[in-house]
Design a binder for this molecule. Structure first.
Ligand SMILES: Nc1ncnc2c1ncn2[C@@H]1O[C@H](COP(=O)(O)OP(=O)(O)OP(=O)(O)O)[C@@H](O)[C@H]1O
Ligand SMILES: [Mg+2]
Length: 449
């Protein structure tokens, strides 16, 4: 700190300077007032974190580079609700949505589309980004378009979905006392009164369909059926689901949804995830806190499921670990630790609840899957017999073995599928959905000890 040492005020700063730096950032005058000292303070433009130059009463300068308080520059950019201005590697999907919805602006028609793809592939982010951009594009063509976003995991009854839609125009609409049909009529009037076109986005629509059937979606998709043919259409639908819900929609609804209106979101590969994460690092972290190599490591890990959300989550957790350890930057150990932490505690507690036989069965499964994506039940059964021997337990018979498969499949600890393309013969195959085999085995062995 050089000359600062000769200044009594700087000693005060040294003691609790982080708080003082906050004051300084708010304004020099406040600082002077609080410390009651006449010395001059100057802030140097932030190079690597703010550097403060102190001039003591004798006018001698001294500098102090405060330790960065966090590797994060802006945590909100890692929030799952944050929508980036651009979704890299989703240009094709955006283009397709633009093309499909164009008729809403040009011919006042409606459109129904379905967005599908596995977890964390950008469906929700795309729907919001597209709707916002589309609304602006319509406006510049002199058309009014609005959108309402409903998450059907949070609202999985017809009435609650309908209420959210009606709330778009009437935020204070009472949450009970009106039937679905009455709410539909109210919506119709509101759309007309506002001379607008409403895009209804039903995110995680499969949950609504499974819980409440397809009546509501059918109703929306035929909303304008009784209006004159030349009247502007009032509602478009955007359904989002991980599965292809054409299989759960009833035939009548499927017929109003053209199959060609399916927009697919494939899982991201490691290179695509790298680009996504690199952009996010630039927004959320200070310079030089996340090495390129670490971005590659996280991309590799997340590419197993093609899941951008998981990549962002790992980044955030590794960042918090760096902060907790007062490190200037992230490192590979923090990433690995973050990865280990993301095996949900649910899995751990689920494992703990299993009886010894089921634990032995899972150890066998984990061993069979160490180098493979899928294992045949025959292989697992053989390994299971060996594992039982290791633990002086007698292996249960074939029927019981199949019961273990069924039980563990039902609670999600394993998943099964019939062998198809790419496999010899037909058999049932076992895989592990969300935990590496070696990790699973380690956890189980620890529990059994
Ligand atoms: N191409 C992309 N560019 C930048 N960020 C992305 C991209 N794709 C996804 N993300 C980010 O990844 C996270 C997950 O995306 P999103 O929530 O849209 O996934 P999803 O497909 O809706 O997943 P789920 O099926 O689990 O709901 C979000 O934080 C989102 O901003
Ligand atoms: Mg989503």
């Amino acid at each position: 700190m050089g000359a600062c040492h000769s200044c009594p005020i700087c000693l005060v700063l040294d003691y609790n300077w982080v708080e003082k730096v906050n004051w300084i950032e708010k304004g020099l005058s406040t600082f002077k007032e609080r410390v009651g000292h006449s010395m001059v303070l100057r802030l140097q433009p932030p190079l690597k974190g703010p550097t403060l130059i102190f001039f003591n009463a004798e006018g001698l300068p001294g500098t102090m580079s405060p330790r960065r308080r966090s590797v994060f520059k802006d945590l909100t950019k890692l929030d799952f609700n944050y929508i980036p201005e651009k979704l890299v590697h989703r240009e094709r999907q955006l283009q397709r949505l633009d093309t499909l919805f164009n008729q809403v602006i040009t011919d006042q028609l409606s459109q129904n589309v379905l967005l599908t793809g596995s977890v964390g592939t950008g469906k929700t982010a795309m729907s919001k980004l597209f709707c916002t951009q589309f609304q602006a594009r319509a406006k510049s063509s002199g058309k009014r378009v609005e959108y309402v976003f409903v998450n059907c995991r949070q609202r999985n009854t017809e009435a609650s979905v309908m209420l959210k839609v009606v709330n778009h125009f009437q935020p204070r609409f009472p949450d009970r006392g009106f039937s679905i049909t009455e709410m539909q009529e109210i919506l119709r009037k509101d759309i007309k009164k506002n001379a607008t076109h409403l895009i209804i986005v039903l995110d995680e629509a499969d949950i609504l369909l499974k819980k409440a059937g397809s009546d509501l979606i059918y109703g929306f998709s035929r909303f304008d059926e009784e209006s004159p043919a030349e009247a502007p259409r009032s509602i478009s639908l955007m359904l989002i689901s991980q599965e292809n819900i054409f299989e759960i929609l009833d035939a009548a609804s499927v017929s109003t949804f053209k199959r060609s209106n399916l927009v697919k979101f494939e899982g991201y590969d490691a290179d695509e995830l790298f680009d996504i994460l690199e952009a996010r690092v630039g927004l959320a972290f200070h310079n030089d806190t996340v090495d390129i190599e670490l971005i590659a490591l996280i991309s590799d890990i997340a590419s197993e499921n093609g899941d951008a959300r998981y990549g962002i989550e790992l980044l955030e957790m590794a960042g918090h670990l760096a902060d907790e350890n007062k490190s200037e930057a992230l490192n590979a150990e923090y990433v690995r630790a973050a990865k280990a932490e993301t095996f949900s505690t649910v899995t751990k507690s689920q494992l703990a609840e299993l009886d010894l036989q089921r634990k032995l069965f899972l150890i066998a499964t984990a061993r069979a899957l160490k180098k493979k994506a899928y294992a045949g039940t025959g292989d697992v059964e053989k390994i299971y017999a060996v594992v039982c021997e290791e633990y002086n337990e007698s292996a249960r018979g074939h029927t019981q073995f199949w019961k273990y498969i069924k039980d563990l499949d039902a609670n999600g600890l394993i998943s099964t599928r019939k062998s198809g393309k790419g496999f010899v013969g037909t058999t049932t195959l076992i895989s592990l959905p969300d935990i590496p085999a070696s990790e699973l085995e380690k956890m189980l062995l620890k529990m059994i000890e």
